[in-house]
Design a binder for this molecule. Structure first.
Ligand SMILES: Cc1ncc(COP(=O)(O)O)c(C=O)c1O
Length: 376
């Protein structure tokens, strides 16, 4: 999406370079300042219908049986939608654990009395295909769930080889992707990769305010929902309530969407990763294959904590995030590069972020009498 407002006004706020929420394009701000609308009026029906159709393009699905959902709620609502609709109490779910968000999805499953098995990778790594295969042979899992990009570690799991493995070993297991930190900046070819569910939210690489939960389901996933034995144990997060709404709105309107976003995000990510490497900082995800395009999560030099760095960055007009994963809280910072700071040609947030980080690190290291040491 371009900047419909033409030239940006002078940017007076700090560069918000955290792994979500991200800054808005002027076009988004403008769209947000519209009057309240009748939710059954033509104008809203057209906009909502278009959003649903555009989501098909966004996820690269042309299969008319794929089903997009957009609901009021945050990314977390996607977990409830999955746990309440695609799994039943007592069934088994396999979670690939690459950080904080796997723990949260497990907690969500616990609430629905779903049996969870986790494959935990060491921090900065992802579960390997051979261990996943071994787990898949052990019992029939209803779903395998993974966080495409874990926002607490910056670890990305390649989706295609995983789906290929699942289809070979237990083809009916649904592959469910938490794409909250990947949709809009990492490529997701829903049909070609044979994915079943991708859930996401609006406040990260999609570049909008928080408040909407986005989900794309395959026909395989919808058939699993249709063949439930029990009623979904949730009122709001019950797909049966929302399916007719989505279908009715989408039937009114078809839209289009085209974008170079994935390449732009890959380039911005490479730039940040190269710069932090030059600063002597080690990324949490060390193998380039495991590194997300959405953010760069890095260890601080030995003896430094986020508190030494983040306030000074803010003084220079840059906001990065501290640690989120419990084992990394005081040892890591996270540089988000998603949305308008990447896609807008006239924004230099990323360069400002890199420059500020370089200066602040130098400053702090000099004060502490350290040069170039980093922990891992
Ligand atoms: C990977 C991932 N999954 C899920 C969530 C939860 O999304 P929300 O905060 O929109 O509920 C987040 C939030 O940061 C996230 O990064």
């Amino acid at each position: 999406m371009g900047d419909a407002g033409g030239l940006l006004d002078e940017i007076t706020h700090p560069a918000l370079l955290i792994p979500g929420p991200v800054d808005f394009d002027k076009a988004v701000l403008k769209a947000m300042s519209s009057d309240a609308e009748f939710h059954l009026g033509t104008s809203f029906v057209n906009v909502f219908g278009e959003v649903l159709s555009m989501l098909r393009r966004f996820f690269q699905t042309t299969n008319p049986e794929s089903q997009p959902f957009v609901l009021s709620g945050s990314g977390t609502l996607g977990w409830d939608l999955v746990a309440a609709n695609l799994v039943e109490a007592g069934e088994h779910v396999l979670i690939l654990h690459t950080g904080y968000f796997a723990d949260c999805f497990k907690e969500c499953c616990d609430n629905y009395e779903i049996n969870v098995t986790e494959i935990k990778a060491p921090i900065g790594h992802r579960p390997q295909l051979d261990e996943i295969e071994a787990a898949l042979w052990e019992r029939p899992y209803k779903i395998i769930q993974l966080t495409h990009v874990d926002t607490s570690t910056g670890v990305r799991i390649p989706l295609q080889p995983l789906v290929q493995l699942v289809r070979r070993v237990f083809p009916s297991t649904l592959v469910v992707v938490d794409g909250v930190c990947s949709v809009g900046c990492e490529e997701i070819a829903f049909d070609d990769w044979d994915l079943d569910v991708v859930m996401s939210a609006t406040q990260k690489a999609v570049g909008c305010p928080a408040g909407l939960s986005i989900m794309m389901c395959s026909s395989r996933a919808m058939k699993v929902f249709d063949s439930r034995r029990s009623k979904p144990p949730s009122y709001y997060a019950n797909l049966a309530k929302w399916l007719p709404v989505m279908r009715t709105y989408e039937a009114r309107r078809l839209g289009y969407f085209a974008t170079e976003r994935f390449n732009q995000h890959a380039q911005a990510s490479a730039k940040v990763k190269q710069a932090v490497g030059e600063m002597g900082l080690q990324q949490i995800a060390q193998d380039p294959e495991d590194q997300a395009h959405a953010l760069t999560a890095m260890y601080l030099p030995e003896g430094l904590a986020p508190i030494d760095i983040l306030p000074r960055l803010l003084q220079r007009g840059v906001i990065l995030a501290g640690g989120l994963h419990k084992d990394l809280l005081t040892r890591c910072i996270r540089f988000g590069h998603m949305g308008v700071c990447v896609t807008h040609e006239q924004r230099d947030d990323i360069d400002r972020g890199i420059a500020a980080l370089r200066v602040v690190l130098d400053e702090v290291m000099r004060e502490k009498g350290q040069v170039g040491a980093h922990s891992s």
